[in-house]
Design a protein around this ligand. Sequence first.
Ligand SMILES: NC(=O)c1ccc[n+]([C@@H]2O[C@H](COP(=O)([O-])OP(=O)(O)OC[C@H]3O[C@@H](n4cnc5c(N)ncnc54)[C@H](OP(=O)(O)O)[C@@H]3O)[C@@H](O)[C@H]2O)c1
Length: 518
Amino acid sequence: MAITTDAAAAIGAALSTPARRLPEPCAMVIFGASGDLTERKLIPALYYLYRHELLPQGFSVVGYARSSFSDDQFRARQFEAVKEYLKIPAEDESYLTEFLKGVFYSSGDYTAPDGYDRLAKALDDLDEQRGTGGNRLFYMATPPSFFGDIVRNLGARGLARPKHEGRNWTRVVIEKPFGHDLESARELNRLVTSVFREEQIYRIDHYLGKETVQNLLVFRFANGIFEPVWNRRYIDHVQIAVAEDLGLEGRGGYYEEAGLVRDMIQNHVLSLLSLIAMEPPSQFEAKSVRDEKSKVMRAIRPLPLDALNEAAVRGQYVEGWKGDQRLPAYRAEPKVSPQSVTETFAALKLYIDNWRWADVPFYIRSGKRLPKRISEITIEFRRAPHLLFRGTITEDMVPNLLRVRIQPDEGISLRFNAKIPDTMMQIRPVEMDFRYNEVFEASPPTAYETLLLDCMLGDPMLFTRDEFVDLAWELITPLLRRWRDDGRKGLYFYEAGTWGPPEADSLMEHDGRHWRHL
Ligand SMILES: NC(=O)c1ccc[n+]([C@@H]2O[C@H](COP(=O)([O-])OP(=O)(O)OC[C@H]3O[C@@H](n4cnc5c(N)ncnc54)[C@H](OP(=O)(O)O)[C@@H]3O)[C@@H](O)[C@H]2O)c1
């Protein structure tokens, strides 16, 4: 994403509408600051906010990790990273240098208390020297195995409580994955909530910060025409596809442990599903929205373990091609076992047992090394009840479709049937299309900008609450256990660069339906 000076002004104006508040002065600590997330997402997002004058005066960052850097070395690294990832023009580099004057680095172990003593002192100094006001945001950007140690040490050093109770705030952002299964998620939750209060905890799912995902709520509840048809009477089924064309990108060690369902479905896809399916919240605020999301999760029918093949398919990619580029098999990727049974693709059929959605299937598919990177939700409506045009040249009459594109080309389109001009009575499907980047001049902020700002403002609406995490794991854990016990049995292979194993097609064809051509 390139930010030019003109675009900066336009986005700044759009983001600073009256609904936008400026956060109180604060400092942010990033644990794991020598890592990939910090460079690719966090510091670029913070610079973006700074450039659009959405950060408070004196805002400061302290990067914390074991690697040894001076402040200047750390700044130089981040300078290069922001330049690369945001593609900022040369005339904007002075803004970046200015922003980085508020970025510091503190080297320390995650387990030993002395690093936290130094951190506490650095934060107190920032309060004095840069006016950060005693408000603190701790961001866990380490591998999850360190979350527990960090939280415990913050608690022990007295950093988890606001500096001045009632006057200051302290919040903690926890990256995904939140736990590995139901038990470990509960364990982590117990630990985090023994140190922080629930209202201080922001479990981040960056999918929820995407503009189209937020627009789903606006689309459903700010328009009168969709809600009356948003139910089993008019909707035949829903499809959610989250496809990636990339493979592991050097993250083989992590992926072997995680697999597709933990990496994508347990968090992002179930969050999307809950937003599509939830009842209208009484207010547009965190508690009401999150209450409704949880109700959806509670209503999802457990997967039928005695007939799992009818509801769940898992796959793993083997060698394939993208154009003339050879793509390696999953098992040939670095840090992956040659006998691995980890899934890189999954397709699920879920039902939500409530009045609105009884018997409406929600088909989910997600995978790595699919033909393209695309995330899309499709609502397929029932056919018109009476085929008035039967007997004319109308063989192609198709059901109405509403497509919500989350990435890469954010927008919404509606498919309906239209008469072809100058023909007798020939009908063809056409699309009404809304594209974000065509209608609004500035491209939408990326998810991390939105979410970091919300966190500083104390708005947890787009973050995941403890019970949602728990309910999502409750749904998914039995499936993962069964697959683990089955080993190689029931794992289907697909060529890299294709849309998954044929068995995933059968899952839908069995119901007389087809996956959307993406
Ligand atoms: N990268 C992404 O795009 C992305 C997206 C979504 C979520 N996340 C989540 O965000 C967190 C951070 O991701 P990341 O990609 O930035 O991680 P990373 O680069 O692998 O690790 C971040 C830092 O943690 C420290 N670390 C401590 N023990 C480590 C170990 N055993 N192996 C590797 N690093 C270790 C390292 O710093 P020192 O050695 O200097 O201490 C490293 O620079 C993870 O929980 C990840 O799941 C990442």
